[in-house]
Design a protein around this ligand. Structure first.
Ligand code: FE2
Ligand code: FE2
Length: 392
């Protein structure tokens, strides 16, 4: 059967009949995106801030507006450039695997995969082009990174599987960019599989005839505490990083944890930042000179203003489950507008973390220069912070 694309109707009917649909991938083509009746872009806050002005694309998306693809093993929903047009350079997938269920063996041709475990536990396997393989287990707050093109799978563990957020460093990673092993073998003659794998062609008579994507499986036994002597074939660089275990950077209004290639060498193309912002506090005005920023609002509520040059600035309100986006170089800040802590997961498409913050920038210029820019008395400028505030 043709693998791609499937129409929305086809996808829904496949789901209704219990047959595995071809993929989230399908919704990403322009025709299908229109057919999927993507929700209208989120308008800026109402009433708009007096300082908001001009036109910018929507930098807010509700993950709940994405169609969930459900199978017997779990579900997934995605926010690619098809659903969230502003997010050209990064895309997200929210996935749930029941205990034992697999996200099947696959690779991504266009993008690296960065993940943050939201709840539960999973086990992954990954192989690199040198044949190094690694198996890891992940709990809440753990991060994985699989370079573009590396083969991998994910399995939900007991007692209740897991839910995680995947981020890819290409907004169009999904369409024609995700290659699944069942899809591949279903489109390979059994005689070829027989030659390749050394068993009779008849052995392949009942393999799946299409992509399974997510399928039920058996909860595996625990990994041995120590691998048997002489058995270890480990990757030279680990693919797991326990982000919540990192001692956070303490700021006046909250904390920040950063995992770039400095802390996690395999993660050469992406950096994660976990921001915990206290009620009323603000992640200060800043920009990233060499990265686009993808955000997932994990808990709490906040408000972000994005400044896009030429008198363009727009503000959106965000709650848990929302996605935000900031193009490279655009100025932005996030305020916690709720009464609970605000947690934002930020993923940037560079393995080197960098930002320039307003407090640090002004502090490193002569006071008179700053005073004359803003028509401020020198004694006011003298009270500005002397170093990067991060969260005020
Ligand atoms: Fe993947
Ligand atoms: Fe930022």
């Amino acid at each position: 059967m043709p693998a791609l694309p499937v129409s929305r109707r086809g996808l829904l009917s496949a789901m209704a009949t219990g047959l595995p649909a071809t993929g989230l991938i399908a919704a990403a083509s322009p025709a299908n995106a229109a057919e999927a009746e993507a929700p209208p872009p989120e308008p800026p806050v109402a009433p708009p801030l007096a300082t908001d002005h001009g036109d910018l694309p929507s930098f807010k998306y509700h993950f709940a507006d994405s169609r969930k693809k459900e199978t017997a093993g779990g579900w997934a929903r995605e926010a690619t450039v098809a659903e969230f047009p502003a997010s050209k350079a990064l895309a997200g997938v929210n996935m749930r695997l029941h205990a034992g269920a697999y996200r099947e063996l696959h690779w991504h041709a266009l993008a690296a995969e960065w993940a943050f475990m939201l709840s539960g536990h999973a086990r992954t396997t990954v192989i690199d082009p040198d044949g190094n393989a690694e198996t890891n287990e992940f709990g809440p707050g753990d991060v994985w990174y699989f370079p573009r093109g590396y083969g991998h799978s994910i399995q939900g563990l007991g007692p209740d599987g897991c839910e995680f957020m995947l981020v890819f460093d290409d907004g169009a990673f999904s369409e024609f960019g995700t290659f699944s092993v069942t899809d591949w073998l279903a489109h390979t003659p059994p005689e070829m599989l027989a030659k390749n794998l050394g068993v009779p062609a008849a052995a392949f008579a009942k393999i799946p005839d299409r992509e399974l994507y997510i399928m039920p499986g058996t909860v595996p036994p625990p990994l041995p505490l120590e691998p048997p002597v002489g058995s270890l074939v480990s990757a030279p660089q680990t693919h797991r990083y326990p982000l919540l275990a990192q001692r956070p950077i303490e700021a006046p209004g909250g904390t920040v944890r950063i995992v770039s290639s400095k802390e996690f060498p395999v993660s050469t193309t992406m950096t994660g930042v976990l921001e915990d912002i206290n009620p009323g506090a603000v992640r200060e005005l800043h920009w990233h000179p060499h990265a686009d920023e993808w955000q997932y609002y994990v808990s709490g509520q906040g408000r972000m203003t994005v400044f896009g040059s030429s008198a363009r600035a727009r503000t959106w309100d965000y709650r848990a489950g929302d996605v935000g986006y900031v193009p490279r170089g655009y100025g932005h800040y996030i305020e916690n507008t709720g009464s609970d802590p605000l947690r934002v997961l930020v993923v940037l498409n560079s393995g080197v973390y960098g930002d320039i913050s307003i407090s640090d920038w002004l502090a490193r210029n002569p006071a008179r220069l700053v005073a004359e820019h803003f028509n401020l008395p020198l004694d006011v400028v003298a009270r500005f912070p002397k170093r990067k505030v991060i969260i005020a």
